[in-house]
Write a new protein. Structure first.
Length: 78
């Protein structure tokens, strides 16, 4: 596997924890989602990737529809 940003093959895998807050005022009362997962970090450019799955993913998708979230925060997905 190589980095999606710079193409480097120098990737490191690290345990990590992330807190995800729902964007926008509409979801301001929703509690944050705490996720423990494996982070894959490019050791050349610093780009990082992780996958949210299981109960955490279910909590995120039940509050804000995925397409709406992607548009609000400006990410482009394939």
């Amino acid at each position: 596997m190589s980095c999606a940003v710079c193409g480097s093959k120098g990737l490191g895998s690290f345990p990590g924890e992330t807190t995800i807050h729902h964007p926008g005022l509409r979801d301001v009362k929703e509690p944050p989602v705490y996720v423990s997962h494996e982070l894959v970090v490019c050791l050349a450019c610093g780009a990082a990737r992780f996958v949210v799955s299981g109960a955490e993913f279910h909590r995120l998708t039940n509050v804000t529809p995925p397409n709406e979230t992607r548009q609000r925060i400006g990410f482009r997905f394939p």
